[in-house]
Design a protein around this ligand. Structure first.
Ligand SMILES: NC(=O)c1ccc[n+]([C@@H]2O[C@H](COP(=O)([O-])OP(=O)(O)OC[C@H]3O[C@@H](n4cnc5c(N)ncnc54)[C@H](O)[C@@H]3O)[C@@H](O)[C@H]2O)c1
Length: 347
């Protein structure tokens, strides 16, 4: 009898981080030709942030089963989600699907609550019903709020600042309730700020790159003193794979790089790589409730699972800028439809 290939259902798989994760799982499967490591099934309703190009093809179907099977489905759609679980019988779920942009959540939080909270609950129910062996929920460092000095551990209290982070913290609480009440085999993962190829240009780094390439003013909130811990997207993907392999159900894992940088330093680095003058920088009105600094204590995943990031910020940012330069038409297609949105947030 042929051995069944374990299946992993990746929600939000057409998004920035999930697609990097899916590509890395597929690459590993293809490297071990005889017995694929995992078969990837992608569920994504393709919001403005989703793009199947990130998965390397228009429709992710393959007879070999090593490229993602794709379902254009909303995670809030109970019937469709149940149908997919029934048909595919996934062993593992990794839930990346979310509304992810803080500024948009400040303008209108409705979708954030629906997708990030109710969508997660819908997946938890389906996964419980169909007895999956592992549910990895992708949360964020933003659930802890900001911290002037020191670092957040997995035991730090949740203190979100924006509607986005409040919706993510709510989802974490729901996942925790399933772990306790139903002995549900979930793991919560809290990565710091990701950057890298294919990120949608509403987020800081691709906005800067785009505007700088076009010789337009590069907007930066307040005086650019907010600090973020920058994690290269492939390092985030490798951490999630490690958690799948060795993580303990019921646990929470922070994923941080230790690469802390003020926004103004990030902007200057990018301008320098592109050979553009710092005079392009334009300070704009601050984001309401703007968190001043994020910083994670990631010693748990390093100590217990043996993961560590491989890409320094200097290397990662060069790779990222080079990727956007080489893929400028993708960036421009996205950026064109963002002009009105930018007017609303950069004043
Ligand atoms: N980007 C970061 O720096 C960062 C850091 C920490 C955690 N996270 C978390 O990682 C996950 C992925 O973030 P990202 O930046 O790659 O996001 P993204 O915005 O690039 O992608 C989100 C994906 O989810 C899909 N999606 C949205 N609503 C959906 C719904 N109702 N049903 C099905 N699919 C839906 C979108 O179409 C898109 O493909 C999110 O959960 C986010 O909160 C992101």
């Amino acid at each position: 009898m042929r051995k069944r290939i374990p299946k992993i259902l990746v929600t939000g798989g057409a998004g920035f981080i999930a697609s990097a994760f899916a590509r890395s799982v597929i690459a590993r499967s293809e490297a071990t030709k005889q017995s694929p490591f995992l078969q990837v099934i992608v569920v994504d309703n393709l919001t403005y942030a989703g793009d199947l190009k990130r998965l390397g093809r228009k429709r992710g179907l393959s007879p070999k089963g090593t490229v993602p099977f794709f379902y254009k489905v909303d995670i809030c759609d109970k019937k469709q989600i149940a149908r997919i679980f029934k048909k595919e019988k996934p062993d593992i779920v990794v839930n990346f699907a979310a509304e992810t942009h803080v500024d948009r959540s400040i303008l209108d939080g409705d979708k954030f609550l629906t997708t990030n909270i109710l969508g997660t609950q819908n997946l938890l129910e389906a996964a419980k019903e169909f007895g999956i062996s592992r549910f990895v929920h992708i949360s964020t460092d933003e659930v802890y709020g900001d911290i002037k000095r020191g670092r957040f551990t997995e035991n730090s209290p949740l203190n979100p600042s924006s509607p986005y982070s409040a919706s993510k913290a709510s989802a974490d609480l729901l996942v925790k309730s399933y772990i306790r009440t139903y002995k549900f085999p979930a793991i919560i993962v809290r990565p710091s700020n990701n950057y890298g190829p294919w990120q949608y240009p509403e987020k800081l780094i691709p906005v800067i790159i785009y505007k700088a390439i076009k010789n337009e003013k590069v907007p930066i909130y307040a005086k650019g003193l907010n600090v973020r811990e920058w994690l290269y997207v492939d390092d985030c993907a490798s951490a999630i794979s490690k958690i799948l392999e060795k993580g303990k159900p019921g646990e929470i894992y922070n994923i941080g790089s230790g690469n802390e940088c003020k926004n103004i330093e990030v902007v200057k680095k990018i301008l320098d790589i592109l050979g553009k003058p710092h005079s392009l920088i334009k300070f704009v009105q601050d984001r309401p409730g703007h968190d001043i600094r994020y910083s994670l204590d990631s010693s748990k995943i390093r100590r217990e699972l043996g993961w560590s990031p491989e890409i320094s910020f200097d290397t990662g940012i060069k790779k990222t800028v080079n990727w956007y330069v080489a893929n400028f038409s993708w960036l421009e297609t996205k950026a064109k439809i963002l002009r009105n949105y930018w007017k609303k947030v950069y004043k």
